[in-house]
Design a protein around this ligand. Structure first.
Ligand code: ATP
Ligand code: MG
Length: 512
């Protein structure tokens, strides 16, 4: 008897099927991966299982019994836990309070001391290191995720749903996280994991269910398949993963940072004496373990933060004193890593989000009047060109919060990568994207490069950095500790610099 069996699940939104007779079976002690393009219906399926949506039809059997959950509370009570694509922790509460949140009513007075001991014991058993008294807002994403998992384990679940759990983790954190999953599997937990990364599916899953347009297209045994086969099932073709970068990068300096420094803020990281040049027609990769100053670097260039020392010049003209908007108008555009926080207004529709930067300019605004029709027309074109998929008849008026994670990301790329861009600061531009969309966004970046623009590519994904960069600058502890040419940039070399190891050994600073 399977632990979980979902049969013939259908769910439509505004007449479009997000799940179309979907099936999913998970065994005890199995790690089951869900794979599919952005918008294929993965999150919808697990939301149905977790009681967030009611299916239009179909059945769920849990440990042999038919069930229907009308809320996450029901699902948790039955033994199903979920760590959502976007975390749901209360940032201004401690780890312990988050874990025991909403349990109070079940046990008259919850004994904090006992709860604390139990959290520590679970943390120890599964290698989920966290400090129960830390505030959630002070934790790294990796730590927050451990809290989410502890929260589920604390509720005695037997099946854990993980929706893109590794998207925000560093490679090291991912490796640790997989160790935790292996222990859970051994203990007999069932695990559903959603990820776009083939290497992760191959490394951790026992079976894979592939979805396409809301339908189940294949269920494969992981050790009997290959990434190519998976990608064929998923998007109907194999990947090319090779970009047209034959023409050499330009010589002319487009953007120059000289002696740029920034003091550390409470949760930010300091930058020390950054010297960088970005040339026309160049992709400059910024590698490094996340949290070594990359975000601050991006924010200084686009004007969200101001440097205390040094200067940043665009085409030889210092940008000091220019606002974010002025810099945008001069051609500095930004694909931010934190799409929900910085880049999108999720309660507004697609058109408004696409027009956030442009709405006050002709042809969208004339004599103080907004031309809605022109905006909608432009939005439709961008959606088509950047393959932003939304359900519903008039897709462009869909609220952004209803889009799948990957489609939200494509929306930002569609808005920022435009004609007048000169410098594209792209931070984790393909995070959360399926492999087809990833390829598409990378091609757009290369296209910008080949048109003579400059791209600063900040990515935690070394493969991405190596595939696209003309040069790679490595950051460690707020400094640029090395700049490597495309030839020199091997995984080993970048890895050493990322760990701050090769730093003192030789004058890597001069490797420009
Ligand atoms: N509440 C909703 N209202 C309307 N449409 C929705 C809603 N939730 C999801 N959809 C639509 O259903 C489809 C499937 O979305 P879902 O979030 O399940 O995709 P996904 O496979 O998780 O994609 P991703 O990899 O991008 O996260 C999408 O077209 C999405 O826009
Ligand atoms: Mg999703």
């Amino acid at each position: 008897m399977a632990l979980l069996e979902m049969r013939d699940i259908c769910k439509s939104f505004s007449g479009v099927y997000a799940n179309d007779h979907m099936n999913l079976t998970v065994e005890k002690g199995e790690i089951h991966a869900l794979l599919g393009e952005n918008g294929a219906g993965k999150t919808t399926l697990v939301n149905i299982l977790f009681g967030i949506y009611a299916p239009d039809s179909g059945s769920i059997s849990w440990k042999g019994q038919p069930v229907s959950f009308s809320s996450p509370r029901d699902a948790i009570a039955a033994g199903i836990g979920m760590v959502q694509q976007h975390f749901s922790l209360v940032r201004r509460m401690t780890v312990l309070d988050n874990i025991i949140l909403n349990l109070r009513e079940n046990r008259f007075v919850l004994d904090r001391k006992t709860a604390r001991a139990r959290v520590l014991q679970l943390a120890d058993k599964y290698g989920l290191k966290v400090d129960p008294d830390a505030m959630v807002c002070d934790l790294s994403v990796g730590e927050q995720q451990r809290v989410e998992i502890l929260k589920a384990l604390y509720r005695d679940v037997e099946l854990l749903i993980l929706d893109e759990p590794t998207g925000v983790l560093t490679p090291q954190e991912t490796a640790q996280f997989f160790d935790v999953l292996r222990v859970l599997r051994q203990e007999g937990y069932g695990i559903i994991i959603i990820t776009h990364r083939m290497s992760e599916i191959m490394a951790i899953s026992d079976r894979v269910t592939i979805l396409r347009d809301g339908k189940q297209v294949a269920v494969l045994q992981t050790n009997q398949t290959t990434p190519d086969e998976l990608s064929r099932h998923m998007i109907g073709r194999e990947l090319k993963e090779c970009y047209d970068m034959d023409q050499p990068a330009g010589q002319q300096v487009l953007l120059e940072l000289e002696g740029v420094s920034l003091p550390a803020r409470r949760r930010g990281h300091a930058l020390h004496d950054i010297n960088l040049q970005l040339h026309r027609g160049e992709i400059l990769g910024i590698a490094g373990v996340e949290g070594n100053g990359q975000k601050e670097l991006a924010e200084l260039i686009v004007g969200i933060q101001k440097a205390t020392h040094g200067s940043i010049a665009l085409e030889g003209v210092p940008m000091r004193g220019c606002s974010v908007r002025q810099r945008y108008e001069q051609g500095v555009v930004y694909i931010s890593e934190d799409r929900l926080q910085d880049s999108l207004v999720v309660d507004m529709d697609i058109t408004d989000n696409l027009m956030l930067r442009e709405y006050c300019r002709p042809p969208y605004a004339k004599k103080g009047l907004l031309n809605r029709r022109a905006m909608i027309q432009a939005a439709r074109m961008l959606m088509e060109r950047f393959q932003v998929r939304a359900s519903g008849v008039s897709g462009e008026s869909t609220a952004v919060r209803l889009l799948s994670g990957g489609n939200q990301q494509k929306l930002i790329v569609a808005r920022e990568v435009n004609e007048q861009a000169k410098v594209v600061v792209a931070s984790q531009p393909t995070r959360g994207l399926d492999i087809g969309a990833t390829e598409f966004v990378r091609e757009r970046l290369v296209e910008q490069r080949n048109q003579g623009k400059g791209v600063i590519l900040i990515s935690a994904d070394l493969e991405e950095i190596m595939a696209l960069s003309d040069r790679v600058a490595v950051m460690f502890d707020g400094r640029v500790v090395g700049i490597l040419s495309r030839k020199e940039a091997t995984v080993e070399q970048i890895g050493l610099l990322m760990g701050g190891i090769a730093q003192e050994k030789k004058g890597c600073h001069d490797a420009q």
